[in-house]
Design a protein around this ligand. Structure first.
Ligand code: ADP
Ligand code: ADP
Length: 228
């Protein structure tokens, strides 16, 4: 569950990245955040995982009221979230297995549990056979599947993805979407920022459209056209 109440974010240069945003995303939803570059999508998303702090307004993520959260509680908030980026952000010196295991060891699991979990998420993204490879030995689409596997290894209730298909060709983007759909069908909330109109129109979900920091449309099963 994510709830924004009158959330404004001004950066130090006085740019208003989000302007009085109020919105509620319920558990289990799949939501696209769309809009042109510079609209405020990343800022909106970054505030959900406390990468950016609002200038004013209230944000609730699961049981956490972010305006009252203490620094030492932020890691607990983040354990309830999985985050996926456009550029994958895998650790280049670690194998695929180690990249995913690393995320789990941070939260005190036994070696047996770690191995079991890593294998389970690798099966979900159908890349068990790559577990001893290094990230650069994989294609972009495969690296993104690994990044998704890592993001869900801790069984987060919410998966946040910022342009997850931005660096991928259309066919590979569809593979990523099929995985995100499956994760969502398992009950995980998915919030995905994108300007991939093909994906938004092909895999129909709620569309929140942002322009100049404001929500200008919020529509179930909405479409998107980013033609200029
Ligand atoms: P989007 O993800 O839709 O491209 P962003 O949230 O990245 O939009 O950016 C919204 C606005 O805030 C833009 O004008 C951008 O230049 C500005 N912005 C983003 N991050 C920062 C920052 N760290 N400092 C100053 N301005 C920023
Ligand atoms: P995205 O396309 O994912 O929104 P950007 O390329 O806009 O990402 O931003 C990349 C990084 O630069 C982000 O961490 C963002 O906060 C920062 N950034 C974006 N715009 C500005 C800006 N005008 N001034 C300072 N930092 C910025």
């Amino acid at each position: 569950m994510i709830e924004f109440k009158n959330v404004t974010k001004k950066y130090a240069n006085d740019i208003t990245a989000t302007d009085n945003i109020s919105v509620k995303i319920k558990t289990g939803e799949f939501v696209y955040v769309v809009g042109p570059s510079g609209a405020g999508k990343s800022t909106f998303i970054k505030m959900m995982y406390r990468e950016e702090v609002p200038t004013s307004g209230e944000i609730k993520v699961n049981k956490y009221e972010l305006e009252n959260i203490k620094s030492r509680e932020v890691p607990y908030l983040r354990r309830e979230l999985g985050i996926v980026f456009q550029d994958f952000k895998l650790l280049p010196r670690l194998t695929i297995f180690e990249n995913i295991a690393y995320a789990l060891q941070v939260i005190e699991k036994t070696p047996e549990e770690v191995t079991e979990r890593v294998n389970r998420v690798l099966e979900l993204v159908n890349l068990v056979d790559k577990k001893n490879n290094f990230p650069t030995e994989l294609s972009g689409g495969e690296q993104q599947r690994i990044a998704i596997a890592r993001a869900i290894a801790n069984q987060p209730s919410i998966l946040i993805a910022d342009e997850p298909t931005g660096n991928l060709d259309p066919e590979t983007a569809e593979e990523i979407m099929d995985i995100l759909e499956r994760i969502n069908q398992g009950g995980t909330t998915v919030v995905m920022a994108t300007h991939n109109s093909y994906i938004v129109n092909e895999y129909k979900h709620r569309v929140i459209e942002i322009n100049s920091g404001r929500i200008i449309r919020d529509e179930e099963g909405g479409v998107y056209s980013n033609e200029k």
